[in-house]
Design a protein around this ligand. Structure first.
Ligand SMILES: [Zn+2]
Length: 167
């Protein structure tokens, strides 16, 4: 396994749209393991998307189980994820491994229903809420070339410099 290099803003590759995964093979599963390890190597990493490491395929990993008082499905490796329903709106603070110096307040759906494939190609369905739903939406944005910076209502009011820079 390997910790992969993270692309950081304003790298133009972060704006690239990712294509669907077509081959569910051992190479994909090895990549998903590297992606998960890369997420865990970051400070407070709760999610990661393949484009953040320069692979432009629709793959995300989300794991919010380390956060207390948060509903969680554990570690979810989601291939070709789609949101099929959503409910409610909430504002919450987000960070991103590709935007290490800032956090921001972002409006997201409070709960989402999610369809995806696992790394073996089996169909998955999840109902996510709260912080897990937020993390899924954040990571799926990376697949469409969007960062949380693109979702701020106001950079002046909703963008915050991190007090402690952790590398
Ligand atoms: Zn991110």
């Amino acid at each position: 396994m390997a910790v992969l290099e993270i692309l950081t803003y304003p790298d133009p590759r972060l704006k690239q749209e990712a294509r669907p995964v077509e081959r569910f093979d051992e190479e994909l599963r090895a990549f998903v393991r590297d992606l998960e390890q890369t997420m865990r190597a970051g400070p407070g990493g709760v999610g990661i998307a393949a484009p953040q490491v320069g692979r432009f395929e629709r793959i995300v990993v989300v794991d919010v189980s380390g956060r207390k008082e948060t509903a969680s499905h554990g570690c979810m490796a989601l291939i070709n994820p789609e949101i099929t329903a959503w409910e409610g709106l909430a504002v919450g603070r987000e960070g991103c491994m590709s935007v290490p110096d800032y956090t921001g307040n972002v409006v997201r759906a409070e709960s989402v229903r999610l369809l995806a494939r696992d790394p073996y190609g089996e169909a998955l369905e999840f109902d996510c809420e709260g912080f897990e739903a937020r993390a899924v939406q954040h990571e799926m944005d990376h697949l469409d070339g969007l960062l949380f910076l693109d979702r701020l209502v106001s950079r002046r009011n909703d963008l915050f410099r991190r007090k402690v820079y952790k590398k």
